[in-house]
Design a protein around this ligand. Structure first.
Ligand SMILES: [Zn+2]
Length: 85
């Protein structure tokens, strides 16, 4: 299985990786290590979702446009934060 790179570069990457190589190494070390630390967790687990959302948000902050399936994660997390869970 593969998925579109969350860096918005148009690359397709294998599921074993989050982003294409340049976009992965572009992430701040703290974000990268948290994505790596949670890689065996399911997306529905809050820590994993937070790690992925931080990565997607980084790309957004840098002016990239992540694919919609990635933006869903950021939207979902901000929704949960509003509810205080
Ligand atoms: Zn990329």
């Amino acid at each position: 299985m593969s998925h579109p790179c969350p860096g918005g570069c148009g690359e397709t990457v294998p599921d074993a990786m989050l982003s294409c190589r340049p976009d992965w190494y572009w992430l701040p070390p703290g974000v990268r290590s948290e994505v790596w630390a949670t890689k065996s967790m399911h997306i529905t687990q809050p820590r994993r979702m937070a790690a992925l959302a931080a990565a997607v948000q980084f790309y957004v902050d840098k002016g990239r446009t992540p694919p919609p399936e990635w933006m869903v994660i950021v939207d979902e997390l901000s929704h949960q934060e509003k509810e205080g869970t």
